[in-house]
Design a protein around this ligand. Sequence first.
Ligand code: DGJ
Length: 731
Amino acid sequence: MIYVNESNKEFHLENKGASYILNVMKNGQLGHLYYGKKIKHRDSFSHFFYQPEVGVGIIAHHEDDPGFSLEYFKQEYPSYGTTDFRKPAFEIEDIDGSRVSDFKYKSHKVYKGKNKLSGLPSTYVNSEDEAETLEIILEDEILETRVYLSYTVYNNRDIMTRNTKFENFGNKTLKLNRAMSLSLDLPDYNYEMIHLSGAWARERFVKNRKLEIGSQYIDSTRGASSAHQNPFVILKRPETTENMGEAMGFALVYSGNFLAHIEVDHFDSTRVTMGINPFDFSWNLKAGEEFQTPEVVMVYTDKGLNSMSQSFHNIFRERLVRGEWQYKERPILVNNWEATYFDFNEEKILEMASKAKDLGFELFVLDDGWFGKRNDDKTSLGDWFPNLEKLPNGIKGLGEKIVENGMKFGLWFEPEMISKESEIYTKHPEWLIGVKNRKLSLGRNQYILDLSKKEVRNYIIDILSERFSEAPISYVKWDMNRNMTEITYRDLPHKYILGLYEVLETITQKYPHILFESCASGGGRFDAGMLHYMPQVWTSDNTDAVVRLSIQHGTSYAYPLISMGAHVSDIPNHQTARKTSLELRNRVAYFGNFGYELNVLEFDSEVEKQVVEYLKFYKENRKLIQFGDFYRIDNPFYGNTATWIVVNKEKTEALVGHFQILAQPNPGYNNKIILKGLDPEKKYKVNEKYEAYGDELMNMGIVFSQPDRYFSKNSETQDFKSRLFKITEVR
Ligand code: DGJ
């Protein structure tokens, strides 16, 4: 619901649980009044407009109003250059070099539903009644530019989205040096900032810090959202837990360089800005042109972090992901990468696929190395035609045989990249990104195609279409394995992402039956932008079950289980050399989009039997896991265990995973799990062993036994010990 108090130009936006209130200030610019728990609407919120006493000291105020200094006020979309010294939301450079602006309220409109963003991914509505949008237009007469601020509130969700558009309606070319999607001023700084940070093979580890006076930020300057920082940030109250308390989450629907900046000023107030990273960004806004920022999806809750995460999971699953695969249970895949690396041929692949079929796998994925002259990672990217020495019948022949044998067939591509040793580079050396007359940096021996060029985008679309049309491909792993360097122009990183989105939009619309999985050396581009085109992501190259507890736990703060590729791999693990049981590896991978990544031909008959059972279990629980509500119970970043539960929407069944990292002597009362999300009134069966009501399970919990000492040489180690509980309603 959106209320507009016309007389005092106040706007009150309500979603399921939150209110967001802004107004037009007396200087004509927009002020911010409130974002928090939903409050009753009233005719005026002018008493929310708090003006502190103007203190002595060095401040700036307007010539004609000594009391009016913007640094005292909460603002909606603050500008650079007058009386506010905090980080502005935007900066426009005039032809004379001036960067001062004065955007005043001009008009607004409220409409049902939500518009698409031009050229960019965004959340959407299926019916106009799901959401309402407020668009406010601001105008600067001297710059002859308008700013359109759009706010969408979903009626039955804790979700609000924001984006900004700039329109140059004058005759001169302006320079947009900063164009954030969101700016939000909060009246205090009693928050902790949670962000998901890491690197290759340890993506999205949970980091938590108390806000301090000054700036704290996360960003990416790598041309992709990155494994190092994720375009997602949470502000929570210190007392907030997984299950209670205030939290706000901000997710940027964007896959390139981003900035999430939190500034605490000298009045202890907090400003959150989020959007395209102004570092390496500048955009010529020519006469008559528009610039659209990416969308930010925001959640406010007073019900704790699990509730916040579930709001993101639901909107991402239901109103960000699109296409035929959106609500389909995802196939259990087996991928040959760690089984063979580049060393395979048709015979070997068919043998693996046939065994995989017998074990119960549903999709065989042929990874890197099937094209050009690719026998290591030094050549052939861009030459997307089959290597006939390895695959004499081509991709078509191989794919058809796998499909005839009753499995789906999937293929790996890295379409954004080019190797110098390739046919395509010989023909088009000018297609790669780089500065002329300078040496170029390599990343995994490869270069990046300049996707800002139309002919490059067309080449990618055409060559992929050739492969997709000739062979029965029903899954594509879309990889991207290096960061951007030698960036020629400041607008290139954003133009690249716009080009990428254009290619992805074309290809995914053209081949709607293909299930796309995005990948960037594992989870180097796991963001809401990619999810709009590709409904699942390879979470990390690190498949070690113990590290995966942290990676999947961190990823779940924003992204749903169905989006997280989670595979069982061989031991010793290829990333950590750790040996863990097959049971643990399966159980950790269950809490994600399940698959295997090893040589199925190496199983002995005993292991084969176990694998058949593991796959059967996932299939039986797949709908629950992929579409249920996920709760974090224990956090592996703060203790020795990770405990997770996923409950179906009807609350008739649930799956609990309890993972103990190292054995603890004398565990005392630590042998219990307090469940979440069940119906307190319903009676459930626990592992077909005993019955208990939901209220018991969510208060007394499940109690299990655990040795406190080990007397025998044959004692089972409690290191890396996992427990799985299936909870089913008794009717
Ligand atoms: C990086 C990916 O993350 C891996 O899974 C694999 O596909 C390799 N690239 C192949 O080169």
